[in-house]
Design a protein around this ligand. Structure first.
Ligand SMILES: [Zn+2]
Length: 252
């Protein structure tokens, strides 16, 4: 599926073709809540020059714009129901029709379940593409709990945010900036987080198994620094993919 350099029908506005643009590259991020998928997806999108497609962002945009898909999603959310896979798949499919996604994409927040993963396979297949690798950021459930449940917010009007480990206040329980007492939101309390993990981790492990079975899983330890996790991911993608590095000769 090579696009000719002088190909007819190529609009002048399109970015110039080079060897690395010949086939789209699709990656999916896999990891529990708090594993850092979003951060890593953004960094990889820049490094690989493909768009970062976050299902959370797509939902927010659809709800705000009041698009038909957004209104449909709202009907489920208003009654506290999960948005069905089929609707999520349609929203992602629509995004992948945008011109920039012809180069590929880093999918973040999708697929969350095995049926979604299968739907993605079909979706990409219809576009003559496939998932190149599923990037699993492996973080132990206990560590996810610590990361997610350590958030405290001040009672001041600006609601300054602290974290027990990554951004503790100078004096325990007191805001550094306005001196108000810190409180924990219901969503950030350990019991709530435990419930959330118990709901979200089992389907995620099934997605991990799905991509392990298809030989596409690339797992990296996720308890390192953000920079180290990005390098592990890029290194693993380089080893996993058959294609040569984009700029040969640039590596030591
Ligand atoms: Zn404050």
């Amino acid at each position: 599926m090579t696009r000719g350099r002088s190909g007819n029908g190529m609009r002048p506005a399109e970015r110039p073709l080079d060897e690395t643009a010949s086939a789209p590259r699709f990656f999916v991020m896999v990891g529990g809540p708090g594993a850092g998928k979003g951060t890593q997806a953004q960094r990889l999108a820049v490094a690989l020059d493909v768009p970062h497609v976050s299902s959370g962002d797509l939902f927010r945009a659809a709800l705000e714009s009041g698009s038909p898909l957004g209104s449909e999603a709202r009907r489920f959310m208003d009654r506290g129901a999960l948005v069905p896979d089929e609707l999520t798949v349609r929203m992602v499919a629509q995004r992948l029709d945008d011109p920039d996604a012809r180069r590929g994409a880093i999918l973040d927040g999708f697929p969350r379940t095995v049926p979604q993963a299968r739907a993605l396979d079909r979706l990409l297949d219809r576009r003559g593409a496939g998932v190149e690798a599923a990037l699993y950021i492996d973080v132990a459930p206990d560590e996810l709990l610590r990361r997610l449940s350590g958030r405290w917010i001040c009672r001041g009007p600006e609601q300054h945010v602290y974290h027990e480990r990554s951004r503790p206040p100078l004096r325990a329980g007191i805001c550094d900036i306005d001196g108000t007492k810190l409180r924990q939101r219901a969503d950030d309390r350990p019991a709530t987080i435990r419930t959330r993990l118990a709901e979200q981790l089992p389907p995620m492990y099934e997605v991990v198994d799905h991509y392990t079975d298809s030989g596409l899983l690339v797992a990296v330890p996720g308890e390192d620094t953000v920079e180290a996790v990005t390098s592990s991911l890029l290194g693993a993608i380089g080893k996993h993919g058959e294609r040569p590095a984009p700029v040969p000769g640039m590596r030591a």
